[in-house]
Design a protein around this ligand. Structure first.
Ligand SMILES: [Zn+2]
Length: 146
C-alpha cells in the first residue's frame, strides 16, 4: 500500500464513522430555498457523460463566462441544470468546477443566484468557442485586473 492509498483508507474510515453517527440521528431538514430535487438520482449513461466531458474539454463554462478562465478543471462535476437528478437529457447537463457547482446548487430565493438560462447560455457559448478554436487556443488563465 502506497502513501496515497493509506490516506484514502484513513479517509474512508473517518467517513464510515461519520456515517454511522449520522445514521442514528434524523436527517436535518433541507434549508429553505434549497432546489435539490427529491427525485432519485439516475446514473448518467456513460456515453452521455463522455459526451459532456469531451465537449467541455473539462472546462467550466461559468469560470469561462464570468471570469474569462478557460483552464482545465480536473476537479469538477457533471451538474443537473434543473436540479432534477433523474433528468439526464444532455441539454440538462453541464460540466462545472466544484466551486461553481456548489454555488449553483446553494442558491436561495433571497439572492439572485445563477439561473438555469444563464448556465445553459454560458455552456452553449463555451461549446461553440471550443469547437471553433484552433488547437492550443482555449487554455487561458484569467487576465489579472489592471
Ligand atoms: Zn467554475
Amino acid at each position: 500500500m502506497n502513501y496515497i492509498g493509506n490516506i484514502n483508507r484513513a479517509a474512508a474510515t473517518v467517513l464510515s464513522v461519520r456515517d454511522k453517527r449520522r445514521a442514528s440521528v434524523a436527517p436535518p431538514p433541507a434549508p429553505e430555498g434549497k432546489r435539490m430535487s427529491k427525485k432519485k438520482r439516475k446514473k448518467t449513461p456513460a456515453e452521455t457523460e463522455t459526451d459532456i466531458l469531451y465537449k467541455s474539454r473539462r472546462r467550466c463554462c461559468l469560470c469561462l463566462g464570468l471570469n474569462d478562465d478557460s483552464t482545465v478543471k480536473l476537479q469538477g462535476h457533471i451538474a443537473h441544470i434543473d436540479n432534477d437528478r433523474s433528468n439526464n437529457d444532455p441539454d440538462n447537463l453541464v460540466y462545472l468546477c466544484i466551486n461553481h457547482h456548489a454555488q449553483y446548487d446553494s442558491k436561495t430565493p433571497l439572492t439572485k443566484g445563477l439561473t438555469e438560462g444563464e448556465v445553459k447560455r454560458y455552456r452553449d457559448e463555451m461549446y461553440e468557442k471550443i469547437e471553433r478554436a484552433p488547437p492550443g487556443a482555449i487554455n487561458r488563465a484569467p487576465t489579472p485586473p489592471p
